[in-house]
Design a protein around this ligand. Structure first.
Ligand code: SF4
Ligand code: SF4
Length: 384
């Protein structure tokens, strides 16, 4: 089926990240509130706890061995499937921005004649293993590297899941209309009964987050842990995160109606500190990243679009309010829909008004264990 799709009637839709209209297969149907995530790259320690939390929940079955719905790769060299982003960036042509507006083509606009998107289906061998060339810096230093300022040798972790895009490429490409976006929260799912395994979604998804399962002959993807989310709990990868880098919540899709006390709205719409991954692809992804401080700006701008410099400046010198929003990461399992800062304490509340975050703004409590654990009859060493 790949490449045989007839040119469809395209509709002009507004892409918020590109600040312009673009061609898409379906009419714009933004949900009232959109599931969204903010990942603070600066805090990630690359431990892969998120990866294993997802794997052990959703993809431990037969035929899913190679499926990593969540993966953490080390940029610039790491990628799963191999070279997923570099390959597409090369195909896309010039990707210039001017005053926040994207002047290049999206994957829909750059589609060859009679096809719905510009993309590719990774080869089988490119799915062989994640973490190839991982933790490889861009050079070597024989004299040690000062971490206090930008340096030539760098890498950063990139945490990746399905972006539950506003304009999903997987949905646009599916000839069976098996891929759909839920009206209530914008979660993108593949109807396993409708899917016939044509793998158009695999070729179309610019992030390569739709995957084929030979065992069932259907495609599968991250389901945003919807059984948890429907109960008001954040997904497994978010709650399990050791570095407390992740926050999931709901983004108000109409920016003008954004609520400043909603931490996701605050970080994305108000402070604009959290930016989309490769917005030039055109799918309006809903995972937002706080860019790493030590990486060259040119590279980061290619990856997260304009606004990187301002985001880094704010992350480096946060206001108390911004710091309060960042304190909501990794504190609880429930979805926080409202936060407030009062007398140097940060509070977070669920949709029902239940208080689930109550922490000091700056002071982390420190516990020093007694060296002798009488219960276990063990002598422990406390590192200074
Ligand atoms: S990231 Fe890929 S699989 Fe997920 S919604 Fe977007 S296009 Fe579809
Ligand atoms: S669990 Fe958190 S800190 Fe560890 S790799 Fe995943 S995102 Fe990074």
């Amino acid at each position: 089926m790949m490449g045989t799709k007839l040119k469809q009637r395209l509709i002009k839709v507004y892409n918020r990240h590109l600040k312009r209209k673009m061609d898409y297969v379906y009419d714009s149907s933004r949900p009232k509130r959109q599931i969204a995530y903010v990942f603070d790259i600066n805090r990630c320690i690359g431990c892969q706890t998120c990866t294993m939390a997802c794997k052990s929940t959703w993809t431990f079955g037969k035929g899913q061995e190679y499926m990593w719905w969540n993966n953490v790769e080390s940029k610039p060299f790491g990628s799963y499937p191999q070279h997923w982003d570099v390959k597409l960036l090369k195909k896309l042509g010039p990707q210039n921005w001017s005053e926040g507006k994207y002047l290049g083509k999206t994957i829909f606009e750059a589609a060859p004649d009679h096809e719905a998107y510009r993309g590719f289906r990774p080869k089988k061998k490119e799915w062989r293993f994640p973490n190839m060339y991982e933790d490889t810096a861009t050079g070597h230093s024989m004299s040690g590297v000062e971490a206090s300022e930008k340096h030539k040798v760098w890498f950063h972790y990139l945490q990746r899941i399905c972006n539950h895009c506003t304009y999903p490429a997987c949905m646009a490409a599916c000839p069976r209309k098996a891929v759909y976006k839920r009206g209530e929260d914008g979660v993108v799912l593949i109807d396993q009964k409708r899917c016939r395994g044509y793998r158009e979604c695999v070729g179309a998804c610019p992030y390569k987050k739709a995957m084929y399962r030979g065992e069932t002959r259907t495609s599968e993807k991250c389901i945003a842990c919807y059984p948890r989310v429907e109960k008001g709990e954040m997904p497994r990868c978010v709650v399990a995160c050791v570095g407390k880098i992740r926050l999931q919540g709901y983004l108000t899709t109409d920016e003008r109606k954004a609520k400043e006390d909603n931490p996701i709205d605050y970080l994305v719409h108000k402070e604009k500190i959290a930016l989309p991954l490769y917005p030039q692809f055109g799918t309006e992804p809903n995972v937002y990243y706080i860019p790493p401080r030590w990486v060259p700006l040119e590279y980061l701008t290619q990856m997260f679009g304009p606004g990187v410099e301002e985001a880094i400046e704010k992350r480096t010198n946060p206001s108390d309010e911004l710091f309060a929003a960042l304190r909501c990461f990794g504190m609880q399992r429930e979805i926080v829909s409202r936060f407030k800062l009062q007398n140097n304490r940060v509070y977070g509340y669920t949709d029902n008004g239940e208080k689930v975050v109550d922490v000091d703004l700056k002071e982390e409590p420190i516990y020093v264990r007694p060296a002798l654990d009488k219960k276990q009859n063990t002598l422990r060493i406390n590192e200074p």
